[in-house]
Write a protein that binds this ligand. Structure first.
Ligand SMILES: O=C(O)[C@H]1O[C@H](OP(=O)(O)OP(=O)(O)OC[C@H]2O[C@@H](n3ccc(=O)[nH]c3=O)[C@H](O)[C@@H]2O)[C@H](O)[C@@H](O)[C@@H]1O
Length: 432
């Protein structure tokens, strides 16, 4: 059995002479001490190494965040503040989400032109040609509107924006649009129209002061409603598409934030908005492209060969409705996430009140484009479409002073003029 002393000896005895017992004990003590302190030093070294590795990792992480995030920093904050600057007495300071979108761009411009402060937010996703969104961004930039690149689901970004600017209003237009695409990519609707809306409302409820919120619902919430024209009090519990269902959910969600936190809410049910700088996924836009390219267009037809019809609404009229909503929105009452009293909860139809059939829309385009369409008429597939829409706008008329003035003939003429100037006379070959 090896003694304790033996055990303390190195396992390479050849390096050491066996010495006299007295001296040996003494040396043993020193050696023992020396090896303990070496161990201690090694342990210390290892701890230091681990600590520096961990802090280096976190430096790399935060560094990555810093370098990859498209927002943050002193210069960025300055741009946000400058863009939010109000240039008229009692002007508004508005955060416009979806500012690089069709309606968002027009509303941002209108607000900026009358002297309100506007900060845009947009994630520039690729649902349709992002270069069109970038072009809208450039247009807004030319008028002093800064668009922050980010997602409404980014709670840190929203908190930062409210930290930098005390927005009086939020115009929430960021959404996953399109009725039929919901069958292809249902999750994107939940992500933007449900989760994104909640993230935005959370930020608004926490902000101090709380802003008033105006947001885009949709005429599609009327779903299978057959009573015409559609009034705000009509049934909206039978959506025909997941898109419509998420917009209907949005109306319920905004109601709870109004009820619990005192957020002032105005929901706008837009009726098939069209016009310059529009959305390439919409029928009037894709028909124009196909007609110019000599490609066939598919025209859906309803049951019993009845033509589908829409209450097509021109963008300038919609902008007036949005601005009127911002101007008449009562204040939110909460602070620090607590409601101090009841706040307004409003829903308005923003339509044109004169539905036009899809074949008539095509005939108008043919006239403006001076090209005959290759029409392919097919029965409407079960893809979430509804046969017709028709808005009753008396509420918006009474409370917002909303009065649409552009008929489809006039509006499409302006659209075609813009389309040809934007895409040139190459017949829009590169449009998505
Ligand atoms: O008002 C609304 O709530 C909705 O209006 C539009 O939805 P939609 O009316 O379906 O507009 P389009 O996609 O432009 O379709 C217009 C009409 O053309 C028809 N269509 C569409 C595409 C096609 O290839 N052929 C065709 O006949 C549709 O069935 C519909 O009747 C927008 O795309 C939605 O984002 C918006 O919320």
């Amino acid at each position: 059995m090896p003694s304790l002393q033996d055990e303390l000896l190195p396992s390479t005895p050849g390096k050491f002479k066996i010495e006299h017992r007295g001296h040996a004990v003494n040396r043993q003590f020193h050696r023992c001490f020396a090896s303990t302190s070496t161990l201690f030093l090694w342990a210390l070294f290892l701890v230091a190494l681990t600590a520096s590795y961990l802090s280096f990792q976190s430096f790399i992480d935060s560094g990555n965040r810093y370098f990859t995030a498209s927002w943050g920093g002193i210069q960025w904050e300055k741009r946000v503040r400058d863009s939010a600057q109000v240039h008229r007495p009692d002007g508004l300071s508005v955060l416009v989400t979806g500012a690089a979108g069709f309606v968002g761009t027009h509303v941002s411009l209108a607000l900026k032109k009358r002297g309100d402060g506007v900060v845009g937010l947009d994630n520039f996703n690729s649902y349709y040609d992002p270069s069109l969104k970038k072009a809208r961004k450039a247009l807004l930039q030319g008028h002093g509107v800064f668009i922050v690149e980010g997602d409404v689901n980014d709670a840190r970004l929203l908190a930062k924006l409210f930290d930098v600017v005390a927005f009086t209003h939020v115009m929430h237009l960021a959404a996953q649009a399109g009725v039929r695409y919901a069958m292809e990519n249902p999750q994107s609707y939940v992500h933007s129209n449900v989760a994104g809306l909640v993230a935005l409302l959370e930020a608004c409820k926490t902000a101090n002061p709380q802003p008033a919120v105006v947001w885009a619902s949709s005429s599609s919430v009327y779903g299978l409603n057959e009573k015409t024209p559609f009034s705000e009090a009509d049934r909206t519990d039978r959506p025909a598409s997941l898109y419509a269902a998420t917009k209907k959910a949005g109306e319920a969600i905004t109601h709870t934030y109004n009820h619990i936190y005192g957020l002032s809410i105005t929901g706008l049910r837009f009726f098939t908005v069209y016009g310059p700088w529009g959305r390439p996924d919409m029928a009037y836009f894709s028909f124009t492209r196909n007609i110019l390219q000599g490609k066939p267009i598919t025209i859906y037809r309803g049951k019993n060969r009845v033509d589908l019809a829409r209450d097509f609404t021109y963008i300038d009229d919609i902008v007036k409705g949005c601005v009127g909503s911002l101007d008449t929105a009562g204040k939110s009452t909460g602070s620090g996430g607590k409601k101090a009293g009841p706040a307004p909860y409003r829903i308005f139809n923003l339509g044109n009140t004169s539905p036009v059939t899809v074949p008539t829309l095509v005939s108008i385009l043919e006239r403006h484009l001076k090209v005959k369409a290759k029409r392919k008429v097919v029965d409407m597939p079960g893809n979430g479409d509804v046969p017709f829409t028709h808005a009753n706008i008396s509420s918006a008329q009474g409370q917002l002073g909303y009065k649409p003035t552009t008929d489809l003939q006039t509006g499409l003429k302006k659209f075609v003029k813009w389309y040809l100037s934007y895409y040139g006379y190459n017949r829009g070959k590169n449009v998505n």
